[in-house]
Design a protein around this ligand. Structure first.
Ligand code: CAA
Length: 380
């Protein structure tokens, strides 16, 4: 892996940084308070070509790869983690598997619209009763002639309110466990597709998270993604990529924590000097810097492995585990550096603290990442 970014990667990083700083950051606080996604952010990201990181040029994308996506996600999440997760899910969890497992006809039908931001992606695996235990999902798919009929419920679905294409995982036969699960490309305008309540969350409040339910929802056979019974493999391979994206998100949040702490510590005075002059503050900032650098190396290694088509299950789990824990420690310390000010909404660290927590939960909790890593180490 080359530690030096290519000219193209540097350009992506700078473009993402400037857009995040000038457009996304000024809207972030208000979006958090109103709990609604600033659609202007997503339109702007579409104009920059950021909705097609994994999509080949033939379908309108730039196919810049997972490492470039990491660079962009770090910058966007540094400004607004709600916008960041919408971008990550769209690229990693929806257009990515469509490129990898979709038929030519499916790619032509959906990818150009996804790249242009005319269809946003959502990924529907989790159910009210089955989160970490994804093999046990109960949403049923029954083949009836040239359609599958879907019935069931999904929970905590990112982009649920505005998605234009949802990858739904359902089982043809729960007794087959993972081998019964099949993936479907579902248009939310189909009769029988219902968007349920929008969740009121601790953090990433502007990210629109909903329940979904399906009542005799008919999905044409040509909308099956992959073969019958291949759905769980598709879900896991997709999450291996998504976990790298969430690692990049956590790194972005941690960087925001470090940079805001630096700025505050350099202007706030106590006992007659800047608090940056106290070792108690210096050590916190030093630990943030080490954590960010370590997490970034793990994330970029995992992204590089994925881009090369090499095994990266363990690397992705390590990157997400490390980065999410770094982000949470950095957020705790950033609030502490800010003292009383950090506990109030006039400073962004209060939002970072709430936003950081989700990175230890979605796309596989820290406990699941440890399980994946342990299985790999122990050969279990
Ligand atoms: N990569 C590739 N393959 C994997 C895999 C991975 N990360 N994890 C499991 N598999 C494969 C296994 O090798 C196995 O294949 P075989 O049948 O060929 O042997 C198959 O999948 C079934 O796995 P297990 O037998 O190991 O099943 P298990 O139940 O013991 O463990 C699990 C599976 C690791 C716990 C898995 O269910 C898991 O990762 N759970 C977490 C689910 C998750 O991350 N959900 C996130 C929801 S999406 C979200 O948050 C999106 C959002 O909106 C932000």
């Amino acid at each position: 892996m080359d530690f030096q970014l290519s000219e193209e990667q540097q350009l992506i990083q700078k473009t993402a940084h400037d857009f995040a700083e000038n457009e996304i950051k000024p809207r972030a606080r208000q979006a958090d308070r109103t709990e609604s996604m600033p659609m202007k952010n997503l339109q702007g990201l579409a104009e920059l070509g950021f909705l097609g990181f994994l999509v080949p040029e033939a379908y309108g994308g730039a196919e810049l790869g997972n490492r470039a996506l990491c660079l962009a996600l770090e910058e966007i999440n540094r400004a607004c983690a709600s916008t960041g997760v919408a971008l990550s899910v769209h690229n990693s969890l929806v257009s990515g598997p469509l490129v990898k497992f979709g038929s030519e006809e499916q790619k032509k039908r959906y990818l150009p619209e996804m790249v242009r931001g005319e269809r946003f992606g959502a990924y529907a695996l989790t159910e009210p009763g089955y989160g970490s235990d994804a093999v046990s999902i109960q949403t049923k798919a029954e083949r009836k002639g040239d359609v599958y009929v879907l019935n069931g419920q999904k929970a905590w679905i990112t982009n649920g309110t505005f998605a234009g294409l949802v990858i739904v995982f359902a089982t043809l036969d729960p007794s087959l466990r993972s081998k019964g699960i099949t993936a479907f490309l579902v248009d939310p305008k189909t009769p029988g597709f219902n968007v349920g309540k929008k969740e009121l969350k601790m953090g990433i409040r502007a990210s629109e998270t909903t329940e979904l339910s399906f009542d005799d929802l008919e999905v044409p056979v040509e909308n099956r993604l992959g073969e019958e019974g291949e759905g769980f493999k598709i879900a896991m391979d997709t999450l291996n990529g998504g976990r790298i994206g969430i690692a990049a998100q956590a790194i972005g949040i941690a960087r925001a924590c470090m940079e805001d702490s630096r700025d505050y510590a350099n202007q706030r005075e106590q006992f007659g000097k800047k608090i940056a002059d106290f070792q108690a503050i210096q050590w916190k900032v030093a630990d943030m810097a080490v954590g960010i650098e370590s997490a970034r190396l793990l994330a970029h290694k995992a992204a590089w492995l994925r881009d090369q088509g090499l095994d990266h299950t363990q690397a992705a789990a390590m990157a997400k585990l490390c980065a999410s824990e770094v982000a949470n420690q950095a957020a705790t310390d950033a609030v502490q550096v800010h003292g009383g000010a950090g506990y109030c909404q006039d400073f962004d660290v209060e939002r970072y603290f709430r936003d950081a927590k989700i990175t230890e939960i979605y796309e596989g909790t820290s406990e699941i990442q440890r399980l994946v890593i342990a299985r790999s180490v122990l050969g279990a």
